[in-house]
Design a protein around this ligand. Structure first.
Ligand SMILES: Nc1ncnc2c1ncn2[C@@H]1O[C@H](COP(=O)(O)OP(=O)(O)OP(=O)(O)O)[C@@H](O)[C@H]1O
Ligand SMILES: [Mg+2]
Length: 513
């Protein structure tokens, strides 16, 4: 597992640093995220870098700056073609009016002029010195590169700069989609939390959205897992954009993430959707996530599931008819909608359930003809999913319980958060990389600055086999066990040694349950 450093540099301007940044900063991404050397997005980006949509996108913004694009500075174009990509994500402030091209060019030039290497999975420091960006740009994040190492050498990569902005906090654009085909209402109406009409089968959210920001970085998996999924999406877009003959090469635009409960499947789908929306912002004017709760759809409309599935998907198809919109459909707990027909028949399931599966399969077969659609599904009961559905999934990715190393990183991110919030008192040292912590632990001279790391390692090894969901809850349970409620409203936080002791005790009791 390629473990990144957990302390990416902090943006130097305090006011540009928010809570979400803090989370962003402190949560490591242990996915090596080494993009394939032949990153399919490269050719796509190259091909589409002068796409008219891109210019349309910029219509909302000020005049185009005349700075050359960083790639235009490259002397050797051929050389540039074989370079791997380094993905830089520039988040604009929500009230920004600057042209995306201006940002791309300025940040590109800033990076090439000021850095020989950049650390992936960390914020790029110092851009605030460019005064005209200060009120326009919120953060500059160096995401993954095609190189296997954490440090990307700028002369060996091609910068892929993605500019995006989120709506103002609390202003994510969400609407509801009803399943009833007889409902004459438009495709989406404004979301109302108190909507009790009962006909809402899916929510529709415009991406990138605040609620999905930072999830990608918070999810920790074995090396390459997240990148593999992202690369699949890139490849499917490249194939679609090149109008590959579907009679010769066909795929269903369907991804299934399966595995035990609490391993981050739903979160990963949302994170992928957000990532895709950021990466496609120069290609599609809009990205939408249609989130279907198949279980509630099914139970609410039990007698008419087939028709309702059909109704819902025909509305999704209508959204996808707008070629400027990339549509991601998330079907969570898909087994409740795509339950095995053979089990259903033998188990005496009502024929309505069979009709629902048939409708879903038909709908998926129709949707696959839309090149701007991708269906993401999750399940922890693959055994009960219909075979025809499984066969349609281009990628069936098992998402397992976190390894000791992943547990170490997950808990490490929690610990940093609690220390920064002054709920736990750190020992003043830095947390070691997992491998270094293991080395120190195994060496005879295990003394010095690694103590907090060694305690964390002990907890991580004890917690192996527990779900990510439990791990994210564990710090709260551990803190409760310290009995330090008296520090509410004051005090400098509980000692980390007591905290570790309590974490271990909670983990041990969880393991025996
Ligand atoms: N590998 C992981 N790294 C970091 N956080 C994780 C990981 N796995 C799970 N989590 C956290 O656990 C919580 C639950 O995740 P999520 O709901 O996505 O799991 P799920 O696999 O969809 O569960 P279920 O099968 O029960 O629906 C989230 O807060 C997520 O961030
Ligand atoms: Mg889930």
């Amino acid at each position: 597992m390629d473990i990144p450093d957990v302390s990416p540099p902090r943006p130097s301007h305090g006011e540009q640093y928010s809570e979400s940044d803090r989370e962003h900063e402190q949560i490591p991404d242990v996915d090596g995220d080494a993009l394939d050397d032949d990153d399919p997005s490269d050719s796509l980006k190259d091909q589409l870098s002068h796409d008219p949509l891109d210019r349309d996108h910029d219509h909302d913004h000020d005049e185009l700056d005349s700075l050359p694009h960083p790639s235009e500075n490259q002397d050797d174009d051929d050389d540039d073609d074989v370079k791997v990509s380094l993905h830089i994500e520039v988040r604009l402030r929500s009230n920004s009016t600057i042209l995306y091209d201006t940002v791309r060019q300025t940040i590109g030039r800033y990076i090439t002029d000021n850095f020989t290497t950049l650390e992936t999975h960390s914020f790029v420091p110092g851009w605030q010195a460019i005064k005209f960006l200060e009120n326009e740009v919120y953060s500059v994040y160096c995401a993954e590169s095609g190189q296997a190492t954490r440090l990307a050498s700028i002369s060996k990569v091609k910068l892929n700069i993605h500019v995006y902005e989120l709506p103002a906090e609390g202003q994510d654009k969400i609407s509801m989609l009803c399943a009833n085909p007889m409902d004459p209402s438009e495709l989406g109406h404004e979301a109302e939390p108190e909507d009790e009409t009962g006909d809402v089968a899916a929510s529709r959210i415009e991406l990138p959205a605040n609620r999905c920001e930072g999830i990608w970085e918070s999810l920790i998996y074995e090396e390459g897992l997240k990148t593999k999924l992202l690369n699949y999406i890139y490849s499917s877009i490249v194939f679609a954009e090149h109008d590959v003959n579907p009679n010769l090469i066909s795929w269903h635009r369907l991804v299934l993430l399966h595995g035990p409960p609490g391993t981050g499947k739903t979160s990963l789908c949302k994170a992928l959707a957000q990532k895709v929306s950021i990466r496609l912002s120069g290609i599609y004017q809009k990205t939408e996530l249609v989130e279907i709760n198949s279980h509630s759809l099914f139970s609410k409309w039990f007698s008419e599931s087939g028709k309702l599935v059909q109704g819902l998907f025909s509305k999704i198809e209508q959204i996808a008819e707008n070629r400027d919109v990339f549509v991601l459909v998330l079907i969570d707990e898909v087994e409740s909608l795509a339950g095995s027909r053979s089990t259903g028949a033998s188990g005496g399931e009502p024929s309505d359930a069979l009709r629902a599966v048939n409708s879903l399969l038909t709908a998926l077969d129709k949707l696959r003809h839309h090149k701007n659609v991708l269906v993401l599904t999750t399940s922890n009961l693959t055994d009960s999913i219909d075979e025809a559905f499984l066969d349609r999934a281009d990628i069936k990715q098992f998402i397992g319980l976190p390894s000791a190393e992943a547990v170490y990183w997950i808990l490490g991110s929690c610990l940093r958060e609690l220390i920064s919030r002054k709920i736990v008192k750190g020992d003043g040292g830095v947390l070691l990389d997992y491998k270094d912590a293991v080395l120190v632990r195994d060496s005879s001279d295990a003394v010095g600055g690694g103590n907090m790391s060694l305690e964390l390692l002990k907890v991580a090894e004890a917690a192996k086999g527990l779900s990510g969901r439990f791990l994210r809850r564990l710090p709260l349970l551990g803190h409760a066990q310290t009995g330090s409620c008296s520090s509410v409203g004051g005090g400098g936080g509980v000692s980390c040694w007591l905290f570790f002791e309590c974490l271990l005790s909670v983990v041990e009791s969880e393991q025996v349950q």
